[in-house]
Design a protein around this ligand. Structure first.
Ligand SMILES: [Zn+2]
Length: 376
């Protein structure tokens, strides 16, 4: 049995209190100023958050989600050190046979993923059903319209597929979105030139989320409203945000937090494999990219090519921008899990799996617990 004191980040408030952890689960949450919180100087200023969940991440620490088993191990372990306890390895657009091989590798790895790494919950396909005009850092050679891909070609991708990005205006998108939604796959609209009608049709077909809101999509143009408008005004749909202040200026974040119900916001990193390794050049899928500070671009261009963000930084950035800590944390924990239909973790409550992050007073990761074990 483990007892853990600190400022507990609960669903809608932060209170001093104590967690009891037994057999990998939170078994009791004692709240109140008369707890031991504050009595021990080493935990007095400590925040305790549920473990972070990154549903859109291409790699970390020099390890690619599309690499071999050792790369997946490395990605999971480096993510865990940043407080990420669950994640979806995310592919960029690639030939279908390469995506099928990626799916095979991840599926084979799920059962043997390291216990001292973030836990994989399946995988995410960002592409290949993306609009060429909004492709961002995806290789145009690999983009296809849904109507050009048969169910037989899709079949090897389905087992373990949790999230897929689709541009709803592409030919054949409607039936593909509907069939994937029926299978329980989260369809996320994005990399899209959809007008408002096409975007709403995509959600009507069964899409439930939105890939990195504002980036690589039609936006809030007052004479040509697009996907961002449809996403912001539909309370049912989730929206991802890359909260690094580069992909979407922080001045716009209140547009999202004032319009969207708090439980529909998802913080994602969209991190590239070189995240956490410093400045330099490298590859994202087949394309060469360049990192300078916090900015990642296709080499020689101004096109953003993912981020070097981690979710602890995203939460901190949101709080710095005035978003309440419980809401920022929910967007990096409970909300993405609810999107995936997973409810055994993500909250500080009795019965939940003890996936926890201990943060210092400035919200830097201090320690990480996965399923009751301190790991990093
Ligand atoms: Zn991405």
């Amino acid at each position: 049995m483990d007892r853990l004191s600190g400022r507990l980040i609960l669903d809608d408030q932060v209170v001093p209190g104590k967690l009891t952890i037994e057999n990998g689960l939170i078994t009791d949450v004692a709240v109140g100023a008369d707890s031991t919180a504050g009595a021990d100087p080493t935990v007095g200023d400590t925040f305790i958050s549920p473990g972070f969940v990154d549903v859109h991440v291409h790699g970390w620490g020099g390890h690619s989600a599309m690499g071999d088993r050792a790369a997946l191990d490395g990605m999971a372990r480096t993510l865990l050190r940043r407080g990420v306890t669950s994640f979806l390895p995310t592919a960029v657009s690639a030939p279908l046979d390469e995506l099928a091989a990626f799916a095979d590798r991840v599926r084979a790895w799920l059962a043997v993923a390291p216990g001292d790494g973030a836990e994989p919950l399946g995988f995410n396909l960002e592409g290949p059903f993306l609009a060429d005009s909004r492709r961002g850092a995806h290789d145009p050679a690999f983009l296809v319209a849904p109507e050009a891909v048969s169910p037989v070609q899709m079949a090897p991708l389905l087992d373990g597929l949790r999230v897929i990005t689709i541009a709803p205006e592409l030919r054949g998108a409607w039936p593909l979105i509907a069939s994937l939604a029926r299978l329980g796959v989260v369809v996320s609209l994005g990399h899209s030139a959809a007008n408002l009608v096409e975007a709403r049709d995509g959600y009507e077909a069964g899409a439930r989320s939105t890939t990195h809101l504002f980036n690589a999509m039609t936006g809030v143009d007052h004479r040509a409203p697009g996907l961002a408008v449809a996403a912001l005004l539909d309370d049912r749909v989730y929206t991802e945000l890359i909260a690094d202040g580069i992909h979407v200026d922080a001045a716009l974040w209140p547009l999202i937090t004032r319009l969207k119900p708090a439980e529909r916001l998802l913080l994602v990193s969209d991190a590239i494999p070189l995240a956490g390794t410093g400045d330099g050049r490298g590859r994202l899928g087949s394309l060469e990219i360049e990192i300078v500070g916090e900015r990642v671009t296709l080499a020689g261009t101004n096109t953003l090519a993912g981020s070097v963000l981690a979710l602890d930084v995203a939460v901190r950035n949101m709080v710095d921008a005035g978003i309440a800590l419980p809401a920022a944390v929910a967007a990096a924990t409970r909300n993405p899990l609810e999107l995936l239909g997973i409810n055994d973790r993500g909250r500080l409550a009795a019965g939940q799996r003890a996936d926890l992050v201990e943060l210092d007073a400035n919200l830097n990761v201090r320690r990480v617990m996965r399923a009751g074990e301190w790991l990093a």
